[in-house]
Design a protein around this ligand. Sequence first.
Ligand code: NAG
Ligand code: NAG
Ligand code: NAG
Length: 237
Amino acid sequence: MANEAHFHLKISFLLVLCFTVTLETKSIQPKFLDETYTLSFGNYTGLNSEVVSEEIVITANKEIAVTITDVPLEANFLVVQTHSYIYNVSLSYLGEAKPLLGTNIGFVHVMTALHLPVFYVSNENAVNITVMVAVIGYSANVPVPGGCNMEFETKVAPYLHLTSTNSLISVESQPAMFKKCSEPYYITYEFYHMYQLESDFTQASYFKAISSMISPNDIRLNGRLVCCFLFLLILKA
Ligand SMILES: *[C@@H]1O[C@H](CO)[C@@H](O)[C@H](O)[C@H]1NC(C)=O
Ligand SMILES: *[C@@H]1O[C@H](CO)[C@@H](O)[C@H](O)[C@H]1NC(C)=O
Ligand SMILES: *[C@@H]1O[C@H](CO)[C@@H](O)[C@H](O)[C@H]1NC(C)=O
C-alpha cells in the first residue's frame, strides 16, 4: 500500500513524455559540432500550449547544438525534450552537470538562468538517426515539472523513469515545484496514457503519436485519463 501511494504521488501531467531514461555513464566525449539549429518562438501564439518542434537528422557519431530563440518575455521556464526512435541519443545542457541518455528525455531551462537556452544532442550510434526536438514555454503560474527532484540524477528532473516487465509498466517521476520547494502548495497531478496502433512500427507513426502528447492541452485531448491526484507538497528546505 505504501508503495502504491508512493507511485500515485509521483505522476504529473506536465512531465515530459518519456519512456526510457538513464544517466550517461561514459565520460563526456569531445564535441564534434556538426551544425547549429535554431528553434524560434517567433510565431508563437500562446504560452503553456504551443509546442515548437523540429525533426532533425543527426549523422552517425555526430553532435548538434540547438538554440532556442525569441522566447516570450512572460515565459518563466522552458521544457526542452528530444525524442528518437529505437536509438538512444544523449542530451546535454549547461545548467546540468551530466547529460541524459535515452529515447525520450528532456531538461528544464529557467529563463532567469545565467546561460542561454542552448542544448547539445549527440548521436553516438553508427547510423544516421532522426531526432524530434520539441520545446514548450510555460508561464510563472505553472509548476516546474520535477522541480523538487530529490531522487533522480539531474538537478531538475522533468522526465519519467520507466521500467517494464511482461505484465506491468511502472513509471516514476519527481514532485513539481511551484514557487519554492520549502513551502507547501497544493498541486494536482493528472496521469494520461495513449495507445498506439498495434503492428504499426513506422518512425512516422511514432513521431506523430508523440507530437500529439506534448502540450498539456494535447495530452488532455488525445490521452486517456488514468486518474488524478491532489496532494499537499511539503518538503523540508
Ligand atoms: C513565421 O511564419 C512565417 C509564415 O509562415 C514564416 O515565413 C517564418 O519563417 C516564421 N518564423 C519563424 C521564426 O518561425
Ligand atoms: C548519413 O548521412 C550522411 C550525410 O548526409 C550521408 O553522407 C551518409 O550516406 C548517411 N549514411 C547512411 C547510412 O544513410
Ligand atoms: C538505450 O539506453 C538504455 C540505457 O542505457 C539501454 O538499456 C538500452 O539498451 C539502450 N538502447 C539501445 C538501442 O542502445
